[in-house]
Design a protein around this ligand. Structure first.
Ligand code: SF4
Length: 320
C-alpha cells in the first residue's frame, strides 16, 4: 500500500496514526502526529478519532490506552517492546516502597502498565524535573532509568533520589570516548545528547534534553550550523528533512533502537484493517495505572528539560 492509500484508509476507519521520533521515516511521514512520549500522550488524548494506531513500542501504546480508555489503541508491530521498561517489575516497586516508606515513587513512562499501577507519579524526559519538583515528598524513588534519574537529581538538589539500576541499552552504548572522537572529527559542531546517555557522556555535551528539545535546538538555530546528535538515529533522519540547512551527524554509528524500527507500512495497513489485536489491559490495572499518568499530565504540563546544562557528577545512591 502507498502512503496516500494508508492515509485514506485511516480516514475511512476513523483512525489517527501517531509515530514516535525514533520510528522509521516512512512511518513518520504517514502519521497525523509525530512526537516524543509526552507530546504523543497529549495528542492521543485530544484526538477525536475512535481508534489510535500507535507506532512506537508497547509502553507508549499502553499509556495511550490508559489516558484514552474508551478508544481502541493498536500497536502495529505487536512485538515492539522496550528493554528498559522490562528491567523493572511491580515486585521491585513494592520492595522499594517497603524499604523507603516515606519516599514518593516516580516512574519514567518507559514502564509497563503493571509497574505504573504501583507508582505515585510518572514523568517523561521532558517533564521529569518539573514533576520531581511538584512532589511534596523530599525523598524520591526514581525508576527505571538510572541515567535520567541522575540527571534530574542533579537539577533538583532539594530532593533526595534513590535510583533504580535500569538503563536504555541503546543510549548506554555511547561512551565518553565517542564524544571526544566526534569533537575531533567535527570541530565546532554542537554536541546535543539525550539524558538517557551515561553521566560521563552528558558531562561532555554542549546541551542535554529530550528528543523534542534536540529537534527544536537544531531547527531554530541560524542556518549553516553543525550538530552531533546523541540520541536514536530517527532524530537525525528527521532533521535532514525538517532542517536541511543544518549539518547533522549521529554521535555514533549504529545508534539505533531495533524495537522502534520494527514497524512497517504493511504493519500499519494490517492494524487499520483490524488484523492486529488492540491493547487490552485489565480493569484494575487500568484504574490504578491511570492515576500516576494523569498526575504527570497535570504536574508536567508544559515542562521541558530545555536549558543547556551539565549536571554535577556527585554519586547518588543506587538500588536494584
Ligand atoms: S531507545 Fe531505549 S528506551 Fe527507547 S524504546 Fe528503545 S530501548 Fe526503550
Amino acid at each position: 500500500m502507498t502512503t496516500t492509500e494508508i492515509q485514506a484508509l485511516a480516514e475511512r476507519k476513523d483512525a489517527f496514526i501517531l509515530a514516535h521520533y525514533y520510528q522509521p521515516m516512512d512511518i513518520q511521514r504517514i502519521a497525523g502526529a509525530v512526537g516524543d512520549s509526552f507530546e504523543l500522550a497529549k495528542r492521543a488524548t485530544a484526538a477525536p478519532q475512535k481508534t489510535l494506531i500507535f507506532c512506537g513500542v508497547r509502553f507508549m501504546a499502553e499509556s495511550a490506552k490508559l489516558l484514552s480508555p474508551d478508544k481502541t489503541v493498536v500497536l502495529p508491530a505487536a512485538d515492539a517492546g522496550c528493554p528498559m521498561a522490562d528491567m523493572v517489575t511491580p515486585e521491585d516497586v513494592r520492595r522499594l516502597r517497603e524499604k523507603h516508606p516515606d519516599a514518593a515513587v516516580m516512574a519514567y513512562v518507559n514502564t509497563s502498565a503493571e509497574v505504573k499501577a504501583e507508582c505515585d507519579i510518572c514523568c517523561t524526559s521532558s517533564s521529569a524535573e518539573q514533576v520531581a519538583r511538584s512532589l511534596r515528598e523530599e525523598e524520591i524513588i526514581f525508576l527505571p532509568d538510572r541515567n535520567l534519574g541522575a540527571y534530574v537529581a542533579a537539577r533538583a538538589p532539594e530532593k533526595r533520589f534513590i535510583l533504580f539500576e535500569g538503563h536504555c541499552p541503546v543510549h548506554r552504548r555511547v561512551a565518553a570516548a565517542d564524544v571526544r572522537a566526534a569533537r575531533e572529527a567535527r570541530p565546532g559542531a554542537r554536541v546535543l545528547v539525550h539524558p538517557e546517555c551515561l553521566p560521563e557522556v552528558v558531562a561532555l555535551a554542549d546541551g542535554v534534553g529530550s528528543t523534542s528539545w534536540i529537534l527544536r535546538e537544531v531547527e531554530q538555530a541560524p542556518p549553516g550550523g553543525q550538530f552531533v546528535i546523541g540520541t536514536e538515529a530517527g532524530v537525525v533522519e528527521r532533521l535532514r528533512e525538517t532542517a536541511p540547512e543544518q549539518a547533522c551527524f549521529l554521535l555514533k554509528a549504529g545508534f539505533v533502537c531495533p524495537n522502534m524500527k520494527k514497524t512497517s507500512l504493511e504493519d500499519v495497513a494490517r492494524a487499520l484493517n483490524g488484523k492486529t489485536p488492540a491493547v487490552d489491559l485489565d480493569g484494575e490495572t487500568m484504574r490504578r495505572a491511570r492515576v500516576p499518568l494523569e498526575r504527570m499530565m497535570r504536574a508536567g504540563g508544559q515542562a521541558a528539560l530545555s536549558q543547556e546544562s551539565v549536571p554535577d557528577k556527585s554519586e547518588r545512591p543506587c538500588v536494584r
